[in-house]
Design a protein around this ligand. Structure first.
Ligand SMILES: [Fe+2]
Length: 165
């Protein structure tokens, strides 16, 4: 797969999507997932921001819009669609696809050259859920600092993983 033909993305967005997919490939190889599961992760990577530069009133609408468009174009995998739909917020209902996409979207190397981000990305194959907790914590922290309301789904996602070793 590659970017769908209905995508609406700037060149910078395309580069971000390609880095997300590359990171998902790296992790799929390191975690020895089978070809079918690897393909699910990559489909979610290609789809998640495919409508990110389409005109919406609310930037958070791009996940649900991309999931609906992908379903209309024939994507039937519930885990892939849910990953795309909720990728900006997080979801306690996710399987591995949603979790891996959420991690890759945040940890891809083009966001900044924070060495801590790179370290977290390297730890994903060994300590996936511990890194996931750290990424959720950082994203919630950012929302709190910016003064925005905290989406309930983000809190539920955090509570699902908090306190586990
Ligand atoms: Fe993204």
């Amino acid at each position: 797969m590659s970017l769908p033909d209905w995508a609406n993305v700037s060149p910078e967005r395309r580069a971000h999507i390609e880095r997300v997919v590359a990171l998902l490939k790296t992790w799929a190889d390191a975690m020895h997932v089978d070809a079918k599961e690897r393909d699910r992760w990559l489909r979610a990577g290609w789809l998640h921001d495919a409508l990110r530069d389409a005109p919406f009133n609310d930037a958070r609408a791009h996940g649900p819009a991309a999931a609906d468009r992908a379903a209309a174009a024939g994507e039937t995998d519930r885990g892939v669609l849910d990953a795309v739909r909720h990728h900006t917020v997080g979801s306690a209902g996710w399987d591995d696809v949603g979790r891996m996409l959420y991690l890759a979207d945040f940890l891809e190397p083009g966001r900044d050259d924070d060495p801590e981000r790179e370290r977290l990305a390297r730890w994903v194959p060994m300590q996936r859920d511990a890194v996931l907790r750290e990424v959720i914590r950082r994203r919630i922290d950012w929302i709190l600092r910016s003064g925005w309301p905290l989406p309930e789904a983000a809190v539920t996602f955090w509570n699902q993983l908090a306190g586990r070793s």
